[in-house]
Design a protein around this ligand. Sequence first.
Ligand code: ADP
Length: 609
Amino acid sequence: MAARDPFGPGLLRSRFFWNLLASYAALLLVTGVLVGWQVQSRLEASLLRDLQETLRRDCEMLAPLASEALRGDVPASLAGELQRLSRATGMRTTFVAADGRVALDSSEDARAMDDHSSRPEIVQARAETFGGARRRSHTVGLDMLYVARRLDEGYSEGDSEGSEGKRVLGFVRVALPVSQIEGQLASARRSVVLGTGAGVLLALVLGLVLSQHFVRPIAAMKRTAQDLLAGRYDSRVRVTRRDELGLLGETLNALGAETTRRIAALSQEDAQLRAVLAGMIEGVVAVDEADRVAFMNEAARELLQVAEPAPEGLTLWKLAPVRELEGLLGRARTSAAPERSEVELFRGGKERVFQAHASPFQGGGKAGFVLVLHDITELRRLERVRRDFVANVSHELKTPLTSIQGFVETLLSGALEDKQNNVRFLKTIEANVKRLTSLVTDLLSLARIESGALEVESAVVDWRDVLEQVLRLREPALLAKELRLEVRGRERPLRVRGDREAMTQVLDNLLDNAVQYTPGRGRVVVSLASRDGRGSIAVEDTGIGIPSADLDRIFERFYRVDKARSRAAGGTGLGLSIVKNLVLRMQGEVTVSSVEGQGSTFTVLLPLG
Ligand code: ADP
């Protein structure tokens, strides 16, 4: 296409080029016509003037002959002579007497001709010596140019002025048909038209070539502007001139550069914003004024269960039909202010609670809303745990306190003297005080572990040493219940990374539970082993076991399968909670497996030392 375009790519298709060319051609045409007309009319006038001058001279030449002829002394052959001359030159000669009678005419019979005194050239000549006219001849019926000269009485050659006082003898008149100069005029007109036409054509060609000089840079700028519009921001104009067009090109280039810079900055900001929003745990959804989803981050897509990529142009209700969210947005729209509400959603078979915020925003001339969904399930759970904990603590403390208060009142109201019972009562009080003490001790140690106040060392400790120490302490209880103790893996040291005191407390708690929840003549097995880079100690018993429904919760504070039984055994319900917290602080793990009625196994894993 470009190869067939002699003026550069697309130039012939440029509207501007054609407009420029059309205006230029119109201007040239008007100028050409005006100049041609002017030249033509001047040429015509000059030709006529020359002719008139010739005729005048002819008059002058014929004047002596005419004077003689009008006086009457003309040779008879004069008429014939004049006719011959007239035929040869095409010039008509007429001698007119003072009274207007035609004395002689080279073309016609003078006697048949009418009075010529009123002919304009004669009238003018009578007054001014010479008279001229261009008109149609009555006599010969042609368009003629006439020149007449007045002849005065006593005329002598060269006497053309000073007619005052002299009597008019007559007139000599010469005439030529205008058609004679018409040919000359036509050829002059042809030359003018040709000359002007050639000039106009030449100017047009020149204009065509010169117009490229203006059209090319404009076409280039148009292409660059279209490129910028289409997003090709690296497109630039080649600036080769210093005039306004060059300046325009430079401005366009600057515009391109600035747009590139701004787009880059905006894209970077956009990318950063998107990265931030994508990295947020909160779900963020932006909807426009018609509730159509304009943006949705990863978290929102996940919790509202919207496919990726989200179909465009759909309302939030089509994508994620959640009644509470619809209501929340409706309220925010009515109040035109931020609104919040709690939304419950079932996800992965579990109920999750979200705090949803809807805030109006103005962006790009559009008004919409931003929905932020914050998962507060864990927060709510912790609040419940705290509430339960306070209730549990109060309850746990209240029972022994009520008991102590009851027995103290009984003793004070006379039972002190009751020799048979007073010691029993005091023993009960003592048991309750012990219970309170162990409760408060457990609570305190739990609080210290959870708050981080308890320093947990990370030393290399051999589980065997800890086991020896704990067994020495728990041996009497094992013996008392006639429980068989078996220790496996004590031949080799099992060094792990941990805090000796914490490890002692963990193992003591687990052994204590094994003794508590295993009926007499049962068996307790403690196994030491190392696997997968960790050292494990398992405490297995053949006790009552734990129902599978409770397995998940036995590490919670105050959680007990059988409250009465635990309490009777002096349990606080805090032992396993302390175990779990201590193990976690030592970067370890504690697991449980149990079959109700058959026994339980608690396993503690710590990193090998
Ligand atoms: P407690 O002071 O009541 O023993 P723990 O936190 O140590 O409190 O244990 C919580 C509950 O877990 C106990 O009340 C008991 O129901 C159950 N449990 C713990 N260890 C065992 C075990 N070895 N066998 C059976 N049940 C156990």
